[in-house]
Write a protein that binds this ligand. Sequence first.
Ligand SMILES: Cc1cc2nc3c(=O)[nH]c(=O)nc-3n(C[C@H](O)[C@H](O)[C@H](O)COP(=O)(O)O)c2cc1C
Length: 335
Amino acid sequence: MPDLTTTYLGMKLKNPLVASASPLSKKLDNVKKLEDAGISAVVMYSLFEEQIIHESQALDFFLSHGSESYAEALSYFPKMESYNVGPEDYLELIAKIKKSVSIPVIGSLNGVSTGGWVEYAKKIEQAGADALELNIYFVPTDADTQAVDLEQEHVDLVSDVRKQVSIPLAIKLSPYFTSMPNFASRLAKAGANGLVLFNRFMQPDLDIETLEVVPTINLSNSTEMRLPLRWIAMLYGKVKVDFALTSGVHTSNDVLKAMMAGANVAMMASELLANGVKTVPGILSGMTEWMTNFEYESVKQMQGSMSQRAVADPAAFERANYMKVLTSFDNRLNV
Ligand SMILES: Cc1cc2nc3c(=O)[nH]c(=O)nc-3n(C[C@H](O)[C@H](O)[C@H](O)COP(=O)(O)O)c2cc1C
């Protein structure tokens, strides 16, 4: 039997299949089901900067205006509670999950700016989380914001969170950075132990009849993993962090590709949301079968074997590949 074990953020995992942050971790029962199905670690859904700030502002208002104004105070803020529980419940849930499962549990903070709210990193650690994932989700819309300043803000946020915790820290990033290798190494220097590539940005749609911007959340498909796959293959060995691939992981072949590119773990959300935990045993047995057929002894042996520094044609990940792909269409059209 091939050895599926891997390491991620200093933790030894029984296989590389990790449940990415999603509503599945909102219920202890679901996390137990993920563990029973064979998932090796679970990332909690995120606690948002806005939620933490909302709660403390609502409390300030309550203390200074008295209880009769409390409902009014709450109505000033977006109804975060409709899609997530408050910070204290979040911490309690982590503690409860930790007591009930034996797989590692990774807390998740989601925000953009430094400030008092990052203390929650410490609270997540105290609640028993084995590691912390910091999801920096920011869409720059201001023409005066310069890339250099934006990157510095990210780096500062990572060092601030790093100061709060001693558990391992992974940073979940968007793919929209000008010089990803440089930025990734700056994050590593600021204290990141792992990079989770990439956030899948929710693209709002336009309703042309009601003239409304419609928030949409579509589940992914396997082709979406090519973006993180390429970047992990290019960063592997250059930046001294662990890599988690997120976006588009649905099949055993997807997990195998992630490993060959250089990922320590492959994370899944859409596949679990669409097909439930029953999909997990098939993915793991598919990996075992493939590795047996192709005579791989372990996942470790596979990791990074198709990274940019390992493949025969490293330029295939770069501009040369772009030209080759474009010209391949000429042949198809016979032009
Ligand atoms: C319904 C839903 C809720 C999600 N909630 C979170 C979240 O709270 N925090 C976070 O970092 N990512 C969240 N994600 C993103 C996933 O963790 C994952 O990175 C992304 O969906 C890409 O992976 P996938 O192709 O396997 O879905 C969510 C995704 C979905 C579909």
